[in-house]
Ligand binder design. Structure first.
Ligand SMILES: [Zn+2]
Length: 436
């Protein structure tokens, strides 16, 4: 190809008016991570030096088959020039131009030669994709798009394509300790089910909905029957849907209802009592109840003396909330037991006291507790920690905050898989393309 005539047709100023700048750009590209992959034939500028266009070719003449890597015979062909958008360089956008050739591979026949700096059919080089993934892990997509100087919609499309590409052939492997949880998106209007590997603290699957058919879909499509048998422990919240599905699908799994989820539903019960009292209270009485919501959630170890005093004062202010709070605080002792017998006695006593309190939300909590008592005691028996479930939840919350309200589950799950998924997506890039 005659490069010079092509530059003319692109509307580039050629020869470039500033020789020094041209040499500088060419040297920078050469010394970047691409030095072993491409050679720069020519440089051109466009748009008042805001765009640098580099006419490149693969190092060592290329001409390799993208499937087997063997060198093939070059065929004479007139194919279209392709353009790749590289990482911007300061304020300057960088583009590569190259006309890929066709080769004849002994095994694969007539194919387009491998492009060493980019995936086939991709408009961005590997290192651009690597940077997209790295930025999206730590910042909002808008910020990443600004840094890479592309529209945010282009970036999220690219991100989705990359996640799909790297996860397409992925199979879940060696899942021994499984956790199931629900997450909300679209401002709490819609729900999805998340399955994680508690032994490795990674998310392995995300499905739309929180019903039985969703979790059934995971067990049917995600795991083979052999894999289902090999699950040793399974942890979830106290919802009958997840518990039923786990017991049905994993015959050898010990079901553990972990601390994180039990505390969550106890807190919800206490909060229900508070709401009831709030609704019933007069404007005068509501003054006492103000600001209680987060105070009631607190663990006794994280309360200040002043806060405990406020809660104790409820004894005179509102006896029902006070009663609920005392029960909640007492339940904290349950997690200290290491002996199964003592833990069982504790639950029995606690349940009796809770029933005597005549608080309806707590009565319901007691019913669930009694129903799944064995699975809760398994937690004491196995000593499984709840730190992982809590950690995964924290990361998911963080991802959610970073993207304030996802329009679709696909966009949300892309980011979850990128941040805490079981496939190390960044690790799939060869060292050459990892931009510092
Ligand atoms: Zn081949």
């Amino acid at each position: 190809m005659d490069i010079r005539s092509d530059i003319g047709s692109c509307g580039l100023s050629h020869p470039p008016p500033i020789r020094g700048k041209e040499t500088y750009v060419a040297r920078q590209v050469y010394h970047s991570h691409l030095q072993r992959l491409l050679r720069v034939n020519d440089v051109g500028f466009k748009n008042r030096f805001r765009e640098v266009h580099l006419w490149v070719r693969p190092y060592k003449n290329g001409g390799r088959c993208p499937h087997c890597g063997h060198r093939g015979r070059l065929l004479c062909s007139h194919r279209q020039e392709r353009v790749w958008e590289d990482i911007p360089w300061g304020w300057v956008e960088v583009f590569f131009h190259y006309v890929p050739r066709e080769i004849l591979c002994r095994t694969h026949g007539r194919v387009q030669e491998e492009i060493p700096w980019a995936r086939p059919h991709s408009r961005e080089p590997y290192r651009f994709e690597y940077l997209v993934l790295r930025y999206c892990r730590i910042m909002t997509q808008q910020a990443a798009a600004d840094l890479l100087r592309i529209p945010a919609s282009t970036l999220s499309d690219l991100l989705h394509r990359l996640i799909v590409h790297f996860r397409q052939d992925h199979r879940i492997r060696s899942l021994r300790v499984l956790g199931v949880d629900e997450i909300s998106y679209e401002k709490g209007h819609r729900f999805a089910t998340v399955v994680y590997d508690l032994a490795r603290s990674k998310v392995v699957w995300i499905g739309d909905g929180k019903g039985r058919e969703t979790i059934d879909r995971f067990f049917r499509d995600g795991l083979s029957s052999e894999q289902r048998k090999r699950v040793q422990f399974a942890s979830c919240d106290m919802s009958a849907t997840y518990i039923g599905a786990i017991l049905d699908h994993c015959p050898h799994a010990k079901l553990v209802l972990d601390r994180f989820h039990i505390v969550k539903s106890l807190n919800a019960a206490v909060d229900e009592v508070r709401k009831e009292q709030w609704r019933a209270a007069s404007a005068q009485d509501r003054k006492v109840l103000k600001g209680l919501r987060w105070l009631l959630y607190r663990h006794s170890s994280t309360r200040t003396k002043g806060q405990t005093r406020i809660l104790n004062a409820l004894r005179r202010g509102n006896i029902r909330i006070h009663r609920a709070w005392v029960l909640k605080d007492e339940f904290e002792h349950f997690w200290d037991y290491s002996s199964l017998g003592r833990a069982r006695t504790f639950i029995k006593r606690w349940c009796t006291t809770a029933l005597r309190s005549r608080l309806e939300p707590l009565r319901q909590f007691v019913q669930t507790l009694r129903k799944y008592e064995e699975h809760i005691l398994t937690f004491v028996e196995t000593g499984l920690t709840n730190a992982v479930a809590e950690g995964v939840n924290r990361v998911i919350r963080m991802v959610k905050n970073r993207a304030s309200g996802f329009s679709s589950l696909a966009a949300f799950s892309d980011l979850i898989f990128l941040t805490i998924g079981d496939v190390d997506i960044l690790g799939k890039f060869p060292n050459t393309f990892r931009v510092p």
